[in-house]
Design a protein around this ligand. Structure first.
Ligand code: FES
Length: 104
C-alpha cells in the first residue's frame, strides 16, 4: 500500500534526514546526493531515532550510539556490530510537486 508522507523532497536538507510516521510506523526519510530513501525509523540496537541521525558517506548513523546503516540497502555496517539490518521501503516522488509517497 502506498502512503502519502505529506513531505516534499525540498523539505529535507541535502544529505539530511527526518523522522516521520507512515501508517503509524516510524520511518526515516533520508536525502543522499539529491535522492530520497525511506528506511526503518528505529535503530535495531536500542530504538534510537534514525531520522535524527547523521548522513555520512552513504550511511545513516544512529544519533545514540553511532550504529551505521547503508542508506540504499539498510544493511548494518560491519564496523558497528551492535546493530542489525533495517528495512528499506520503496518511494515514489510526484514529479510536479515533489511530494514523497512510501510503499509499505
Ligand atoms: S540505539 Fe542506535 S546505536 Fe544504539
Amino acid at each position: 500500500m502506498e502512503y502519502n508522507t505529506d513531505k516534499k523532497v525540498s523539505d529535507i536538507g541535502d544529505n539530511g534526514a527526518m523522522s516521520i510516521k507512515v501508517g503509524g510506523k516510524p520511518i526515516a526519510l533520508v536525502k543522499y546526493n539529491g535522492r530520497v530513501y525511506a528506511l526503518d525509523g528505529k535503530c535495531t540496537h536500542k530504538e534510537g531515532p534514525l531520522g535524527e541521525g547523521r548522513v555520512d558517506n552513504g550511511r545513516i548513523v544512529c544519533p545514540w550510539h553511532s550504529g551505521a546503516f547503508d542508506i540504499t540497502t539498510g544493511k548494518a555496517e560491519k564496523n558497528t556490530p551492535w546493530v542489525t539490518n533495517i528495512g528499506t521501503y520503496k518511494i515514489r516522488v510526484e514529479g510536479a510537486t515533489g511530494e514523497i509517497f512510501v510503499e509499505m
